[in-house]
Structures are given as structure tokens and as C-alpha cells.
Design a protein around this ligand. Sequence first.
Ligand SMILES: [Zn+2]
Length: 245
Amino acid sequence: MQLTERIRIVGSGRFGFGLTHHSDCHVYLLDGGSEIALIDAGAGVDPSAILARIERTGLPADRVRRLFVTHAHADHAGGAGALRAGLGVDVLASPEVAAILRAGDERAASVDVGKAQGTYDADYRYQATEVAGELADGERVRVGNLEVEVVATPGHSTGHTAYLVHDGSRSDLFTGDTLFFGGRIALQSIWDCDLGAHLRSLQRLGEHRFEGLFPGHLTISVSEGERHLGVALDAIDRGGIPAQP
Ligand SMILES: [Zn+2]
């Protein structure tokens, strides 16, 4: 599904549009012309459905060079190894997330909690993968005629990263699980969820200008994306905590 001139969605599960396996997050494709990148990988239960969606765009698969991972949770990163194998992409993530991915560390990725919640089936396995590069806060990575800016947003989980994508005329924010439509945030009873860090990450996002809000699940806002961040920041300014989905 094409969302803007440059952005398509090629994966989405039950907390989204049901395009691919039910445990997948939103998987976005960034079309930079000569190069293409993905943001997040889905859970890896049925990566062929995502690969088929990429093929159906008609874009040359050999231009898909990079996979930017927002965080280590399995619905976002469990499919990284499979997409790397299927497309030959370089997997890119923060140092904290890279360590979890390389080890295939199910506990660090809170797969146990996800299974207890029914997000993943009991026999789900979190696949280790090679990570080609570790991304630093503020780093900018070129993808054809796009620029992907790394914004460290820890809080929902360790090493969480948002990506601000600039195409020269507009900027769009990919928030992973840091911010959802309506200004909502996802807190979980997992080892690395840190409310204080999460609130500070939202305030850091407030320093950036963007048009579209492209979260890891639920509704997308192609325009007026800052409106949703504003709702969350208003709650923080009043001494409260933004609502949960
Ligand atoms: Zn998550």
C-alpha cells in the first residue's frame, strides 16, 4: 500500500491492517529512487508474505539495501534475519538493539512476556541475525535521495530508536513503539521499560519538525503528525502520563 510518494507499507499484523502475519508490526518501505530501505522487519513467522508485498510494489528488490530496526521486540525485529537472507539487506540498529539481535536473546527482547500476552505463539523462536552497523543518535544515513536521521528514543525498551526521514520537501517521523496516533504510548511490565526515559524521549521528539507520523502499530497519520506528539507533550506538561492505546 502506498502512503506517500516515498513511503509504502509492506507488512502489518493484527494491531494494524492485517496485511501479513498477525504478529507483525507495521513494516515500512522507503523509496529513495536508486536505493530502497525498510523500517522494521515484522516477527519473522511468515517473512514470505512481506517479501511478496515488496515484490508486488514493482520496485526492483535488488535496490533494497538497508533495514532500520526501531527496537528489539520480536514483532519488530524477529524477522530481521529472514529479510536479510531474502533481500541481502544490511541490518542497522542502535548498539543495545544490535547486541540483542546478534545473540538472538529472547529474554532481552521480552519474548516470554509476548508469549504470555498471546502476541506470539508458544513455539515462536526469536532468530539471531548479523547486524552490519550500529547507529548513533543524530547520525544521518543516505538512502538514494532520502536521508534517514537517527533519533535515540529509549523508554519503551532499551536502545529504542525513532527515524526521521527527510526527502528534501518533507520530513516524516517513524516512531516504532514510542508514540502512537492520538498521542498514546505503550508501557509494558518488562525489564527495560523506563517511564522517565520514555517521557524524555517524547520531549526530544518535540525538538523536531515533521509532517507524517508513522508508528509501529495502529493508525497512521500522513499529515499533521505533530498534532499527536502535541497531545502526549500536553499530558507531560500537566504533570501526567500520556494515555496507553
Ligand atoms: Zn515494542
